[in-house]
Design a protein around this ligand. Structure first.
Ligand code: SF4
Ligand code: SF4
Ligand code: SF4
Length: 250
């Protein structure tokens, strides 16, 4: 196959889900206007949501979800042993994601409360990188399909991919969104890595930091800014911990 006159071989990929909502996988299957081109350069070896194919001779493993059970530790270890490149896909895989909120609780007590006499096995949630070596992390809840497509293009052409170093605010201003702070809301845009095109401020929610910290994010200055606007440290830190990406305690 060739692209712009450059020869390449199709990428043999497999997608696997762990503790997550499968929203990142859905993103890959979404965006119909580019789906045909996207699939043309990929050989799907394993991807439960789009194909009944099942095999183990893949080069690239895309991992969605965090690790929260012992059988998941065994499964991710065997995938790691087979894959040449292992990619953590989405905030659950990169940081633990919303699942990680449960780590703040006594799991035995919570298990009894929820499941009574039939408790389920559950471990504290860990991101993939805390269990096996990860070659690339693509953050976002869910991931941006456009960003995944860019990364796949770079992998095909063998060119390193540079994630944005600027914060969400830059893209928010490019969209002419009125700042959520002006509406009396908290927004983590100033300290969160850009690349998502700032959909949450545009939708009226403020940013929750799903892509993790921007390069050189000044957390203390952000707390001071939020305090000056009347928001408590607790309110801000709870938002920062929502996706497990900042891990601050205030
Ligand atoms: S990162 Fe978000 S969309 Fe992706 S699996 Fe986790 S909860 Fe779902
Ligand atoms: S709404 Fe959020 S992302 Fe947009 S400019 Fe304000 S702080 Fe930055
Ligand atoms: S605006 Fe913030 S919470 Fe929303 S997608 Fe972007 S990084 Fe995630």
């Amino acid at each position: 196959m060739s692209y712009l006159g450059i020869e390449f071989s199709e990428l043999r990929i497999a997608v696997f889900d762990f503790t997550g909502c499968e929203g990142c996988e859905l993103q890959l299957a979404n965006k119909e206007e580019t789906l045909a081109d996207f699939l043309r350069v990929l050989k799907i070896i394993n991807f439960r949501e789009v194909s009944s194919a099942g095999g183990s001779d893949y080069d690239i493993a895309l991992i969605e979800g965090a690790i929260s059970r012992s059988d998941e530790i065994e499964r991710i270890s065997s995938i790691r042993a087979r894959a040449k490149v292992l990619v953590a896909l989405g905030s659950c895989a990169c940081f633990g994601g919303v699942n990680k909120l449960k780590n703040a609780y006594d799991l035995d007590e919570t298990n009894r409360e929820v499941y009574g006499d039939d408790p389920k096995e559950t471990l504290p949630v860990r991101p993939i990188r805390e269990v096996v070596t990860v070659d690339l992390e693509i953050p976002g809840c869910p991931v941006s399909k456009a960003e995944v497509e860019h990364i796949v293009q770079h992998l095909i052409l063998g060119i390193p991919y540079q994630f944005p170093v600027y914060p969400v605010c830059l893209e928010c201003k490019q969209r002419y969104t009125v700042c959520r702070f002006e509406h009396g809301q908290v927004c983590l845009g100033p300290i969160t890595r850009g690349g998502c095109d700032a959909p949450c401020p545009a939708g009226g929610l403020g940013c929750w930091g799903c892509r993790g910290p921007a390069a050189d994010a000044n957390l203390e200055e952000f707390f001071a800014l939020a305090r000056a606007r009347g928001f408590s440290d607790r309110e801000v830190s709870e938002r920062m911990n929502f996706f497990g990406a900042f891990e601050v305690r205030k």
